[in-house]
Design a protein around this ligand. Structure first.
Ligand SMILES: *Cc1c(COP(=O)(O)O)cnc(C)c1O
Length: 492
């Protein structure tokens, strides 16, 4: 049997628990010069426990090296491109971080009196105004903590408005290309969901929609551009159909990276929408947050926005709690403030023309990648791409290779995979969103990798089916990890 060897800069980093050695400590304190009081005496027996079972005992340097090594296992936007579709994994400019670390903002406390929080309140007011201008809407709340939370807030606003008109209604319509959060949100807000089938161009057709709308429908949830990266070109007509029946149009604005500075949802009939500040406005994301899902509304929904709301009193900002129709708070304090600061820094560093240019580059990049890959992979829909392009694995599937296999092989080529198997209406989807971040050289390299993989599929499919070959861990049991997660370490 070959003995498993651990190299010095270990490739198989053990758990911190496995490094533990009884009595090891990360600190050293001088002898007490006051009488000793046990924790139990000081805090009471109910509030103390004798020992934490299996608590790792390690030195400071053990801890630092453990986590520093783990951090080098990560793929990151600072290492290379991150083409996950529908995620807008753009580079996070360092100026955002510099601004977010400004002492008065970084150390602000949510319980600080208004008179000492004027700067922080000004940041929020300026961001609300900028987002209202970008979306063409009338008012913005910054409270929701993520996109899905913004959707939920938006539907609560819709429900509150319709209730005030006498009937909250029963149903939400959502196209089959919708992000999974849309139907989930609608259900959480107490609505039934009805699916609208996209047509062969990958968009909603007004006729299909008209047939589904009646007085039971509260709203349509539409992503524009949708998750196929296609602009809903009939959106104006779609909004008119909804409004003629007294329904709201909710826009999932997670794909605003294709519209900022070019088109405004407020101008094409949207009543309420969310923005993913952690996508479009460049604050770091992945790994679960923190994010910000700002919600923008037209004036008829404004009275229902979560409170408190910013109010200008003379020369100063104040919090207004006197909001009789408000749905109440949706988040503690004022939202994820650090994310808001980064978003405003990004917007101001770009300025209007800079934001518009970023959008144009994002769309150009997606179409450039599409053109490079179209000879090798099957494009899902012929309609022009906006910020992302979606292929299917049809040609590769003939050789037994699926989108998940191609994604694993990309890792060997040094790239983070694209989004696998989403949107669901494309069988075996490969969804690529390069964002404006990437230059031509990086995109050429990524396309070369995907073209090389397409060639391998023809000549040596096993190479792809067994990938990745170069990582510390090969294919893991993803289903097992999701269904039976092991979250607690047990001494074996
Ligand atoms: C990312 C995304 C969401 C959800 O946003 P979270 O911030 O992850 O909750 C919703 N819809 C679309 C289209 C998205 O891309």
């Amino acid at each position: 049997m070959v003995k498993k060897v651990r190299s010095h800069i270990t490739q198989n980093e053990p758990l911190l628990f496995e490094r533990s050695s009884p009595g090891k400590k990360g600190y050293q304190l001088p002898d007490l010069d006051v009488p000793t009081v046990s924790a139990e005496e000081a805090l009471g027996a109910d509030n103390t426990r004798a020992e934490i079972e299996d608590f790792p005992e390690v030195s400071e340097v053990d801890v630092i090296r453990h986590f520093t090594r783990l951090s080098t296992w990560n793929y990151a936007i600072d290492l290379g491109c991150y083409p996950l579709g529908s995620c807008t994994m753009k580079y996070n400019p360092r100026v955002n971080e510099l601004v977010a670390r400004t002492e008065g903002l970084a150390w602000a406390h949510p319980y600080q009196p208004e008179s000492l929080a004027q700067g922080a309140m000004e940041v929020m007011a300026a961001l609300e105004a900028a987002l209202a201008e970008i979306t063409g809407m009338d008012a913005v709340t910054l409270q929701p903590a993520a996109g899905a939370h913004g959707e939920y807030t938006g539907l609560l606003l819709t429900r509150a408005l319709l209730e005030s008109r006498g009937n909250p209604r029963k149903k939400i319509l959502a196209p089959d290309s919708a992000h999974g959060t849309n139907p989930a949100t609608a259900t959480m807000a107490g609505y039934a969901v009805e699916n609208i089938k996209s047509n062969d161009r990958g968009v909603i057709s007004p006729e299909t929609l008209a047939a589904a709308v009646n007085e039971d429908v509260a709203a349509l949830m539409v992503t524009n551009p949708n998750t196929l990266g296609v602009f809903e070109e009939e959106i104006r007509k779609i909004a008119d159909i909804m409004h003629s029946k007294g329904c709201m149009v909710y826009m999932d604005g997670a794909n605003m990276n294709a519209l900022v500075g070019i088109a405004r949802p407020g101008d094409f009939g949207v009543d309420v929408m969310h923005l993913n500040l952690h996508k479009t406005f460049s604050t770091p994301h992945g790994g679960g947050g923190p994010g910000a899902g700002a919600v923008a509304v037209r004036s008829h929904l404004e009275p229902f926005l979560p409170g408190p709301r910013l109010k200008r009193v003379g020369e100063a900002w104040s919090w207004n709690y006197d909001l009789p129709q408000s749905i109440g708070r949706v988040r503690a304090f004022y939202g994820n403030f650090g994310v808001l600061v980064r978003a405003l820094a990004y917007i101001m560093a770009h300025g209007g023309p800079g934001l518009r240019l970023a959008t144009m580059d994002a769309v150009l990049n997606a179409n450039y990648v599409r053109k490079l890959l179209e000879p090798y992979y099957e494009i899902a829909y012929k309609a022009p791409s906006m910020h992302e392009c979606v292929f299917s694995d049809d040609r590769q599937a003939a050789k037994g290779v699926r989108t998940g296999d191609i994604a694993k092989r990309m890792i060997d080529y040094g790239f983070h995979p694209y989004t696998v198997s989403f949107p669901l209406i494309v069988h075996g989807a490969l969804m690529i969103e390069p964002t404006e971040t990437e230059g031509k050289a990086e995109l050429d390299q990524m396309a070369e990798a995907l073209i090389a993989i397409a060639d391998e599929v023809e000549k040596d499919p096993q190479m792809v089916l067994k990938a990745p070959h170069t990582t510390r861990t090969g294919r893991v049991d993803e289903v097992g990890a999701a269904r039976k997660p092991v979250l607690r370490w047990k001494r074996s």
